[in-house]
Design a protein around this ligand. Structure first.
Ligand code: GLN
Length: 209
């Protein structure tokens, strides 16, 4: 029997909640590693872009000479999972961004930053999530929502309750996944598991070539 190789999944570590993602990924049995330079990015089979502050993250990625290599790897099909600020980093279009805000791009979505408003700046909800049997308990912190999606984008979850009910908060487009909320908090690894499956499925295809 041939055992499948263990994939390496990086976490972009210029800013944000890096450690929590590393923990969930390690618990899932993949090689989890921080990414601050291109050589580290080159070693990754998949990448998580964490929550934090997308404007700062973009500036630091630019300073670290990572933004263009990240764009290149996304173009080449690298699986990337963005959470919260990471979702903004993967979006092709940002509403309520700062002037000149850059992103990695790749996901054909328009996101609105800090969309849920000041009063409800952080909240929690149980979401039906495509591909998962039981609802996901989602923690939103100054989260974006997805205003609109292109044809190739699959909607994975929407807000279930309250004023924002129906708003899109999780999407997938081929190897790119993004959630408005923070699946790395709360001890439920199922959303990360879906991403690891995306990475492993692609890996398997690569090894067959
Ligand atoms: N509001 C932040 C931004 O615009 C995202 C918040 C988060 O990642 N928790 O980047």
């Amino acid at each position: 029997m041939v055992t499948a190789p263990v994939p390496t999944i990086g976490v972009l570590a210029v800013q944000g909640d890096v450690r929590e993602h590393l923990r969930v990924l390690s618990d899932l049995g993949v090689r989890a590693t921080t990414v601050r330079r291109t050589t580290e990015l080159d070693a990754c089979d998949g990448l998580v872009v964490p929550g934090g502050e997308s404007t700062t993250m973009a500036k630091l990625a630019r300073t670290f000479d990572l933004l263009d290599p990240l764009r290149q790897r996304v173009k080449e099909g690298l699986p990337v999972f963005g959470t919260c600020a990471g979702m903004i980093m993967l979006a092709e279009r940002v509403e309520d961004g700062v002037v000149g805000q850059e992103t990695i791009g790749g996901l054909d979505i328009t996101v609105r930053r800090n969309a849920f408003g000041r009063q409800v700046d952080s909240f929690e909800d149980d979401l039906d999530f495509a591909g998962l049997e039981d609802p996901v308990h989602a923690v939103f912190i100054r989260a974006p929502w997805v205003e609109s999606v292109g044809d190739r984008v699959e909607v994975l979850a929407r807000v279930g309750h309250g004023e924002a009910a129906g708003r899109i908060v999780a999407v997938r487009q081929g190897p790119l996944m993004a959630t408005s909320f923070h699946p790395e908090v709360g001890g439920d690894p199922r959303v990360h598991r879906l991403f690891v499956d995306v990475v492993e499925d692609l890996d398997r295809v690569d090894h067959r070539e």
